[in-house]
Design a protein around this ligand. Structure first.
Ligand code: ZN
Ligand code: ZN
Length: 1023
């Protein structure tokens, strides 16, 4: 006879099973059929945050991709029509720095010598290569996207949309050129924006030189100011020293002035208010090196001077520090800028010329020492900002950057954010905080491979901002024929005519912040304000040939904007979520998304950051091969989004163990179902299992309903952890209660039991399918597609189960039974009795719903009798809570302790006790219920069970019978017998009493046709 179900191996080989399903899905065009099936259905709009195409898929990225896939699959099962467009981020420092490394280029000068056109082509190659890698990895993860119709942020279309936005920003008067001090990466040769500094890894612990430096006062003989700094390179840029006007300063015997608060022990020979020091002139330490000599160094007042660290006198270098620059504006201080774009000292600085800020540190310290300026030096550990891309410590420089003023937009942004539903909610609060406190957006970067800022400032004073390619073409004076892409270097060779004076004007050299590229996506990919649908119209510029994505028309944008849901890690609050929100509010006044799921960081399984150099980084390929995509996905989904994910092979092992419970349950159905010729009925998935249902069957049906309702609520709340927990609990109930309690019915071929188990398993597989798509579809294909005529070919084509509300009373009843059994097991294990040893009696107190299940409880716990009522087998044990009572009672503690141990105490209302003349409060004692002699006890949350532990001859004999049955069944298994094989058992004479009194039971349990006597050990033989 043909078997209905395919047999399953003992353990699933996840990677092999997944590879096989990937082929099947491809061959059967499962995803295309799903999209076809949902076409015209209600719309659910998801917008993918672009992944930077500069490395292969990492396990970190796979987390977000899994969440995106889970909810798209869920919505698809519910019939929603979706876009499935994947995106790649293709420009900016990430890409450039990778190419620089590959080409061995170390500075901007070397890039320019290499040639910008060739450099741009190399950058594109990198994007193309990694986009392929990422696509391959994402497919392997099981992510269903419209691969091939991806968006690439370096397309001319995307660039044009950003131009349109910048044009509008300019029209509104928000665009300006700022002259300010800013964090600067000397290696990358560019300033960075506030939000780039908020990325993970920017602030790192670092030991820097700590210097106390003496500045000799010019008008006070042999007196000096002492300042403290951790950046030696800024000392040559010093122009002033700040004191706190109302603080007290003191002069030491050696003439050094410091704040008294910093050195309270003095001694000081003279004291003055800070205000009295203001105006004093001093000599700079590097005055002989040109620039410093021309400056009059003096003491200025500053209320912000810290009295928590340093000397209370702060060295001010407006050319090398942000606050310094602002103070310099207030006091009209000269600005010395000692280093160039690459962070190297300029020629004005004599022997320092050409040294980097770090190279110069030791030499500056040496010089200060040799020339009598150094008071002391050491090392100082602090958090210091580094370049997010190349890890170089940042410096401060004065630059002219293009900025978007945000003050006018701020209230609108706050209102828009308040409309967004954030999960977890605190992330919305973070966004709110950021919006309240953020400064203007620095959008310019002095780099090459990025969005060309369309700014053409004319010498007549007019700023021309180009808003589209057609406008550029209309106003171009030259160079259009060589314009390969809207990109450097080609665009730089296209001068335009000034709107105001008609003269030729060139573009600024700067490129744009990459977050402009990503923030415009809800407009550039959905065809905002595009008059006519252009087939394959998104594949322009550098994206030509990489994608067949259309540029839709405005009606399409109206349909799909705003996104119903977006999801990225928390860091994106200040990055993609922010740039999108700002651009969307500026363009439309509306938020670009309705709901957001954010999630915290990924660490290794021991809680450390993952780093290539620490050897704890997990390669996605390795994870696919060793744990499989389903196990990875489960690990991601089991994670509450508000906590860091500790990812690794250890947790993966545990997940495999749990998935094995599901696997074993299916395998049980497959094996016994095949033996008994069970054939499921497809319509029962909707109507419920047929046949005469027993109470336990009805319970599993209700339990299945409960699962579907809990899981649905989890998906609707965008909380996969709820889904996973509900599923885990269900599989435990199904395996450790329904199957356990129904074993005999399966052996006897009870059609109804098979039908109910099949119903529960299949429905559960349907609802967990978004989380573990491979395993779920594999099992669906076996249990449903292969077994039922006309069944959907994939679980993903089967829609969502609609089972109605569960019967809560019945569920509560069985949940209580399971609790009683669980406590009974605890009591048993505390007594040290074997689980197989039958016992006389169990008393249950505090359970009401479980009363009707005495027989099941008795059977589960191997007791002869279950009683419901007061447990009087308990006795109160009270012990002193030593940390509290010890200090209070002192020497009397010993006597109290002895009285408690002997039971000489009186229980008072409210949980206190009177002992030996003392009243001990509730928290001063530790109270436990213990069984009296001959009883084992367990209690939890209002429920108490007491197990009578005394054994008589009859119970002992029965215990031996059960041991023997267990031993014989183990022998059957070890001999590799089939479930239905019959055997002959041979037992030694010593077991004759067991055979005489319980022979039938033994035979039935081990499928023995007869029992013979003889031999020294039990033996079995197949008949
Ligand atoms: Zn850098
Ligand atoms: Zn002009």
């Amino acid at each position: 006879m043909n078997e209905v179900f395919s047999r399953l191996p003992a353990v699933p080989d996840h990677p092999a099973l997944e590879e096989q399903l990937l082929e099947v899905w491809e061959r059967e065009e499962t995803f295309e059929r799903l999209r076809e099936q949902n076409r015209g259905g209600p719309k659910w709009s998801f917008v993918d945050g672009p992944v930077t195409a500069n490395k292969p898929l990492a396990v970190h990225t796979a987390w977000g991709r899994t969440l995106k896939d889970v909810f798209q699959r869920y919505k698809a099962l519910r019939g929603f029509d979706q876009r499935y467009q994947n995106g790649f981020d293709c420009q900016g420092l990430w890409i450039e720095v990778g190419v620089e490394r590959e080409l061995g280029l170390n500075s901007k000068r070397e890039i320019e010598e290499f040639g910008l056109a060739e450099f741009a082509r190399r950058c594109r190659e990198v994007v193309v290569g990694y986009a392929e890698d990422l696509t391959r990895g994402s497919k392997r993860l099981g992510q269903w996207m419209d691969w091939g119709n991806d968006y690439f942020t370096f397309s001319d279309t995307n660039i044009e949309y950003v131009w349109r936005f910048l044009h509008l920003v300019h029209e509104r008067g928000w665009l300006y050129l700022g002259h300010r001090s800013t964090e600067w990466c000397p290696r990358c040769g560019t300033s960075l924006s506030q939000h780039e500094l908020s990325q993970a890894g920017v602030y790192q612990d670092r030991a820097d030189p700590s210097l106390f430096v003496r500045f000799p006062l010019l008008d006070r003989d042999r007196e000096s100011l002492v300042i403290w700094t951790t950046t030696p390179w800024t000392v040559p840029a010093n122009v002033a020293a700040a004191v706190r006007p109302e603080a007290e300063y003191g002069r030491r015997g050696n003439g050094e002035w410091v704040a008294v608060a910093r050195y309270p022990d003095g001694p000081f020979v003279e004291r003055k208010r800070g205000g009295e020091l203001v105006g004093w002139r001093y000599q700079g330490a590097f005055d002989e090196l040109g620039p410093g000599a021309a400056v009059e160094h003096r003491v200025i007042p500053w209320d912000e001077v810290s009295l928590e660290e340093g000397t209370g006198i702060v060295h001010i270098a407006p050319g090398a520090g942000q606050e310094d620059f602002e103070l310099g504006r207030v006091h009209d201080l000269p600005v010395l800028m000692p280093v160039d774009e690459a962070g190297r000292f300029s020629a004005d600085y004599g022997w320092l010329h050409g040294l980097s800020t770090t190279e110069a540190a030791d030499q500056i310290v040496g010089w200060l020492g040799e020339h009598g300026y150094l008071v002391s030096s050491g090392l100082y550990e602090h958090r210091y900002p580094h370049c997010w891309r190349c890890d170089t410590p940042l410096i401060w420089r004065i630059t002219d950057d293009w900025l978007i003023a945000v003050d006018e937009l701020r209230p609108q942004l706050l209102r828009a954010n308040a409309e967004v539903e954030w999960m977890p909610a605190y992330m919305g609060k973070r966004m709110d905080d950021w919006l309240r406190n953020m400064g203007d957006w620095n959008i310019s970067r002095r780099r090459y491979y990025g969005l060309p800022l369309p700014f053409y400032p004319c010498s007549c004073g007019h700023l021309n901002v180009i808003g589209s390619r057609s406008e550029l073409e209309r106003r171009a004076l030259d160079g259009l024929e060589q314009l390969e892409e809207l990109r450097r270097p080609w665009i730089d060779a296209v001068p335009i005519r000034c709107d105001a004076c008609g003269e030729a004007v060139s573009r600024v050299a700067e490129v744009g912040d990459v977050w402009l590229d990503a923030g415009i996506v809800p407009f550039s990919t959905l065809g905002w304000q595009n008059e006519e649908w252009i087939p394959e119209g998104y594949g322009t510029g550098a994206a030509r040939g990489l994608t067949t994505a259309d540029l839709p028309d405005h009606a399409y944008w109206e349909t799909w904007f705003p996104a119903d849901w977006v999801s990225e890690m928390r860091e994106q609050i200040r990055l993609w979520f922010y740039s999108q929100l700002l651009m969307s509010v500026a363009l439309t006044g509306r938020p670009p998304f309705r709901k957001v799921l954010g999630y915290e960081k990924m660490l290794d399984e021991t809680g450390r950051e993952m780093h290539g150099s620490w050897g704890n980084m997990i390669d996605a390929e390795d994870a696919f091969a060793r744990m499989g995509a389903d196990v990875m996905r489960w690990q991601y989904c089991a994670q509450p989004p508000s906590q860091n994910l500790l990812f690794g092979f250890g947790p993966a092992h545990e997940i495999k163990r749990r998935l094995l419970t599901l696997w074993n349950s299916v395998r049980f159905l497959v094996d016994y179902g095949n033996v008994e010729g069970f054939r499921p009925t497809l319509t029962e998935l909707e109507s419920g299992p047929g046949g005469e249902l027993r109470p336990l069957d009805r319970w599993l049906v209700e339990r299945t309903r409960q699962l579907v309702s809990e899981v649905t609520a989890g998906y609707e709340a965008y909380l996969t952890v709820t889904v996973v927990r509900a599923y885990d609990a269900f599989v435990d109930d199904l395996s450790n209660w329904y199957i356990r309690r129904s074993r005999r019915r399966f052996w006897e071929g009870d059609e109804t039991a098979f039908g109910v188990l099949w119903f529960g398993l299949v429905q559960s597989i349907r609802v967990i399918a978004p989380v573990v798509p491979f395993l779920a579809d594999h099992l669906w294909r076996n249990l449903v597609r292969g077994a039922c005529e006309g069944a959907p070919g994939s679980v993903f084509l089967a829609g969502w189960p609609e089972l109605g509300d569960p019967d809560d009373a019945l569920l509560a009843e069985v949940a209580e039974v399971r609790r009683v059994v669980e406590l009974g097991r605890q009591a048993r294990s505390s007594s040290g009795l074997k689980l197989r040893q039958p016992l006389r009696r169990l008393v249950v107190q505090g359970a009401s719903a479980a009363r009707g299940h005495a027989a099941e409880i008795a059977d589960e716990l191997r007791v002869k009798q279950v009683e419901f009522g007061e447990v009087d087998a308990a006795e109160l044990r009270v012990k002193p809570n030593l940390p509290l009572l010890g200090p209070r009672l002192g020497r009397e503690l010993g006597a109290v302790r002895a009285a408690l141990a002997e039971g000489r105490f009186e229980e008072l209302p409210g949980g206190a006790f009177r002992v030996d003349g003392h009243v001990l409060e509730r928290d001063e004692v530790l109270v436990e219920q213990a069984g009296r002699e001959g009883w084992a006890l367990a209690a939890d949350d209002g429920l108490t069970v007491a197990l009578e532990t005394g054994l008589d001859d009859e119970l002992l004999l029965e215990g031996r019978v059960l041991d023997l049955i267990h031993r014989l069944n183990t022998m059957r298994k070890d001999a590799g017998l089939e479930l239905t094989d019959r055997i002959v058992v041979t037992l030694p004479d010593s077991e004759s009493e067991l055979v005489a009194r319980h022979g039938d039971r033994i035979s039935a349990e081990v499928l023995a046709v007869r029992i013979e006597s003889g031999g020294a050990e039990p033996a079995i033989a197949r008949t």
